[in-house]
Structure formats: structure tokens, C-alpha cells
Design a protein around this ligand. Structure first.
Ligand code: HEM
Ligand code: HEM
Length: 250
């Protein structure tokens, strides 16, 4: 195997391990973080199912963001929806074509997925411009906000350059990634845009659990959204306010 394939094999094992271990570590910490007070944002659903539906609306249509900032909502939806289509389209590199139905669905998404790259990049460019142009937002913007947007833009641009300008060997890419998953290592097509794309993706995987990208998991743990309004049905007593003997038995 060529030197570059060896480097990328190691890079992707390190990146995948960091991503999975980091994500598990953070999610376990989230599950152990006490949420001692009922603080759902009112008006809130009265049941747990209702609260689950509310969280689902947050995830799928960014409901509360829509209420608070229409422009940010529009740009965020452009980017995230583009990303979903791009990811579905990318599944063809990781899913073996023997899986009939899954493969058909992935194949159906191909033509749309291709143009989703533009929605993704336009959304990112607008989100970036917003951080420079609005004084109020610029004030609270740190280097990591900018760097993450630039990283995603560079991933999108290097990917689109392969789709629309100079093609890479897709069959070779798929063989390489299926090989990684089966521990049967394969060569990697060594053209510039692909190597840049994959290097940046590995960086994204590594920083993911330690950056604000963790909102992917965090949104499910937000107490203001995931708690039902049961104040009339159930008296809430915080653990530290219970009588001492009850605290000890807990
Ligand atoms: C469960 C899935 C996801 C949900 C519900 C979600 C939701 C959101 C929402 C509502 C915002 C706007 C927040 C604000 O600034 O007030 C946002 C921002 C952002 N999201 Fe996501 N997201 C998800 C997945 C992802 C993924 C997988 C990525 C990238 C790999 C991503 C990258 C970003 C970035 C970079 C921003 C920041 C834009 C900026 O503030 O300049 N998101 N997300
Ligand atoms: C290991 C993971 C990844 C691999 C192997 C990969 C590989 C590729 C390849 C081979 C292409 C060219 C497709 C073609 O010529 O038709 C491409 C395009 C693209 N990639 Fe990736 N990529 C990965 C992850 C990502 C991620 C995480 C993002 C976004 C954050 C992304 C965004 C794009 C975009 C926007 C395009 C152009 C549109 C398209 O063809 O779907 N890629 N990628």
C-alpha cells in the first residue's frame, strides 16, 4: 500500500475512535448531570410524550429558533437540510450494494444530494457573513465559531470540486472505506481534492465532541425543552430539600 494510504488509514482510525469515545464520554456526562429544577419554557406540554414531540420539533424544524430569529432560522435550515441530503448521498461509500432497499433509497437521493452542496455552502456563507456583519453577533463571536464554519465550508468546497470539476475514483473511495470497516486495508486514490476533503473530514470528526458541534447531542438534554409541565399534578422537591433520612435512602 502506498504511504499516503497508510497515513489516511491510521488517520481515520484515530479520528473515528476520538469521535466515538468523545461522544460517549460527553453523553454519559450529560446523562449524569442533575437537572434539579422543573424549568420547561412555558407554555409546555403536559405529558412526557408531548415533551418528546416538542424536542422532535426542535430537531426537525428548529421551532424555537424560528420564533426568535427568522433569518438565522433560514440560513441554519439551508445548511442543515443540505447537510442531511449530502450525508444520505455519502452513504454509498459506506453501505455495501448488497443491501437492496437501503441501496435503492440512497440511489434515489443521488441527484438531489448533488445540488444540496450549494444549499449547504450558501447557508454556511450566510452564517459566516452574519458573524462579521452584525455588531451584536460579532461581539460574542470567538475564533472557534469562525473556524468551524470555515472548516465546514472547506469540506463542502473540496467535495463539490470533485462532484462538479474534477472527478475522483468513487469506486476506489468506497473500497478504501469498506476496507477500513472490515479491517482489510485497501489503497486510496491519491488525488489532491480527495486528500484535502478527507483530511478536513478527519479534523471535523476529531473536534466534533469537544466543540459546539455537540449541540447534536445537547439538544436532547435541554431541560427547558424536554421537561413536561406537571407542576399541578406532582409536587416537585429538589433532592437537597428532602428531609435528611429520605436524602440518605436515595
Ligand atoms: C440533531 C441534529 C442538529 C440539530 C437539531 C441542529 C440545530 C442547530 C440550530 C438550531 C442551530 C442554530 C443555533 C443558533 O445559532 O442559535 C445550529 C447551528 C449550527 N449547527 Fe447544527 N444542528 C444539528 C446538527 C449539526 C451537525 C451534524 C453539524 C455539523 C457537522 C452542525 C453544525 C452547525 C454549525 C456549525 C452551527 C453554527 C452556525 C453559527 O452559529 O454560526 N449541526 N444547529
Ligand atoms: C469519510 C467521510 C467522507 C468521504 C469518504 C467523502 C467523500 C466524498 C467524495 C468521494 C465526494 C465526491 C463525490 C462525487 O464526485 O460525486 C464528496 C463530495 C462531497 N462531500 Fe464528502 N466525504 C466525506 C465526508 C463529508 C462530510 C462530513 C461533509 C460535510 C460536512 C462532506 C461534504 C461533501 C460535499 C458537500 C460534497 C459535494 C456534493 C456531493 O457530491 O454530494 N463530505 N465527498
Amino acid at each position: 500500500m502506498a504511504f499516503v494510504a497508510v497515513v489516511y488509514t491510521i488517520l481515520f482510525y484515530v479520528a473515528a475512535a476520538t469521535f466515538v469515545a468523545g461522544l460517549v464520554y460527553k453523553v454519559v456526562r450529560y446523562t449524569r448531570t442533575p437537572a434539579p429544577l422543573p424549568i420547561p419554557t412555558m407554555p409546555a406540554p403536559l405529558t412526557k410524550t408531548g415533551a418528546a414531540v416538542r424536542v422532535a420539533r426542535e430537531v426537525v424544524i428548529f421551532e424555537s429558533l424560528f420564533r426568535s430569529d427568522k433569518w438565522l432560522w433560514l440560513f441554519a435550515v439551508m445548511f442543515h437540510l443540505g447537510l442531511v441530503l449530502v450525508i444520505v448521498r455519502h452513504l454509498r461509500y459506506f453501505v455495501s450494494s448488497h443491501l437492496g432497499l437501503v441501496w435503492t433509497l440512497i440511489a434515489l437521493a443521488q441527484p438531489f444530494g448533488k445540488y444540496a452542496a450549494f444549499a449547504l455552502m450558501a447557508g454556511l456563507a450566510a452564517l459566516l457573513a452574519r458573524r462579521f456583519m452584525l455588531v451584536r453577533i460579532r461581539y460574542i463571536t470567538g475564533p472557534s465559531d469562525i473556524l468551524l464554519l470555515l472548516l465546514l465550508l472547506a469540506i463542502g468546497a473540496s467535495g463539490a470540486s470533485m462532484t462538479f470539476v474534477s472527478h475522483t475514483d468513487i469506486v476506489g473511495v468506497k473500497a478504501f472505506f469498506l476496507g477500513l470497516m472490515m479491517f482489510s486495508w485497501q489503497p486510496l486514490p491519491a488525488d489532491g481534492p480527495l486528500l484535502v476533503h478527507l483530511f478536513l473530514v478527519a479534523m471535523l470528526l476529531i473536534v466534533f465532541p469537544f466543540s459546539k458541534l455537540l449541540h447534536v447531542a445537547g439538544v436532547f438534554f435541554s431541560p427547558t425543552r424536554n421537561q413536561p409541565d406537571t407542576a399541578r399534578e406532582k409536587r416537585h422537591i429538589a433532592a437537597w430539600a428532602l428531609p435528611l433520612d429520605e436524602q440518605r435512602s436515595k
